[in-house]
Unconditional design. Structure first.
Ligand code: NAD
Length: 353
């Protein structure tokens, strides 16, 4: 589809291409919607095969951030940056500072943070040229424990919905991917007395968890053989698809991985199979809730309190899903769109400040 038609159809505000002559920096910033506040979303550095692929990615990711920030109750819109380049080759101080200057040129309409292939060291360079940045080491730090905490509360809400009790004790939970989020999630689950099963493609990640916690390891290629109460996908997206769903023997799916439903219709297939799905972008919002706190004045206790509210949010979503006879992901989208619509209307009158 023509870019302007696509932007009009899905309500995009701005798409900014930039190129730096000195460093060869090439990238695109996309601002989807700023009704609720400045657009916040991370910077992804990826060796895209084509410019087209990069634009499609930034458009999709920026819109996803609008929904995520809206449902999380943050006063933030949605945006994203993609940088086109080889992460092993392009990173220099000058590269990041050149990027920081483009972020600054948007005058606060867009706030950046980390994403795939960008880290706190890179953020420190960007911060030399712009104040519109979050996720710095010296303030909110690593978002993963907060993301894991949000998934944990999403899981407890899902248990309340499915079993009538929010206790995780003795629940069989399968965690796919024990990287930064998965590791922290396992810690919380073990503390609550859940029976935890883990799977990862990297032995060192498995070893780190088995050294510290009483868990059972499941080979990554046999992950769907057993039956579990809860499946927590914390590795990669599109794991819920036509091939995997027939193998599922779970009651609940709740994890941190983004875009786990390969297609929207897979949410309907899960519902028909009696599996309760806690929408990914709702339960994995702990990280963004934590960085938002950085913008309004960092306080980790305050951030923790806000992340726990994911529990109530997930219950609201299940309620809407039942009332409207839609899937939980459709209910989450509804909640996001309603919040944006009503706040836009509330602000339509003139008030002198
Ligand atoms: P990570 O890279 O630290 O961990 C991912 C783990 O998954 C790795 O240990 C990797 O070896 C493993 N893995 C990959 N493919 C696998 C497979 N087929 N089977 C089993 N394990 C596999 O990443 P992370 O920061 O923990 O994030 C996990 C997911 O959550 C990602 O999808 C990420 O986008 C999403 N997420 C993370 C955060 C955050 O705060 N880190 C926030 C929101 C969403």
């Amino acid at each position: 589809m023509n870019k302007f038609d696509y932007m009009a159809k899905y309500g995009y505000e701005q798409l900014v291409y930039f190129y730096d002559k000195e460093t060869g920096l090439k990238g695109i910033i996309c601002i989807h919607d700023t009704t609720l506040g400045p657009a916040l979303g991370g910077t992804r550095l990826w060796n895209y095969a084509s410019e087209e692929e990069a634009v499609e990615d930034v458009l999709r990711l920026a819109r996803g951030m609008t929904y995520k920030n809206a449902v999380a109750g943050l006063n933030l819109g949605g945006g994203k940056t993609v940088l086109i380049g080889d992460p092993d080759k392009v990173k220099t101080e000058a590269y990041w500072r050149a990027f920081g200057r483009y972020v600054q040129s948007l005058n606060g309409r867009y706030i950046t943070a980390e994403d795939v292939n960008t880290n706190t060291n890179d953020m420190d360079y960007i911060a030399m040229e712009t104040s519109h940045i979050t996720g710095l080491e010296k303030t909110s730090g690593d978002p993963s424990p907060f993301t894991a905490l949000g998934v944990y509360w999403g899981m407890r809400a899902s248990c309340l919905e499915m079993y009538g009790s929010n206790e995780l004790k003795d629940k069989k939970v399968l965690v796919q991917g024990v990287g930064q989020v998965g590791y922290n999630l396992v810690k919380l689950l073990v503390q609550d007395g859940a029976k935890v099963f883990i799977s990862d493609i990297k032995q060192e990640k498995i070893d780190r968890v088995t050294r510290e916690f009483p868990v059972t390891v499941v080979p990554f290629n046999e992950i769907f053989k057993g039956s579990y109460d809860i499946f927590a996908p914390c590795a990669m997206g599109a794991i819920i698809n036509d091939e995997t769903i027939p193998q599922f023997k779970f009651k609940i799916i709740c994890g941190s991985a983004n875009n786990v439903l390969k297609e929207e219709r897979h949410g309907v297939v899960l519902q028909n199979k009696g599996i309760l799905y806690a929408p990914d972008y709702v339960v994995n919002a702990g990280g963004v809730i934590n960085v938002y706190q950085e913008i309004i004045g960092y306080d980790s206790q305050e951030a923790t309190k806000k992340v726990k509210k994911i529990y109530d949010k997930v219950l609201d979503i299940f309620k809407i899903s039942k009332e409207k006879q839609i899937t939980p992901s459709q209910a989450a989208n509804y909640l996001a769109e309603e919040r944006i619509r009503t706040i836009r209307n509330v602000r339509s009158n003139y008030i002198k400040r």
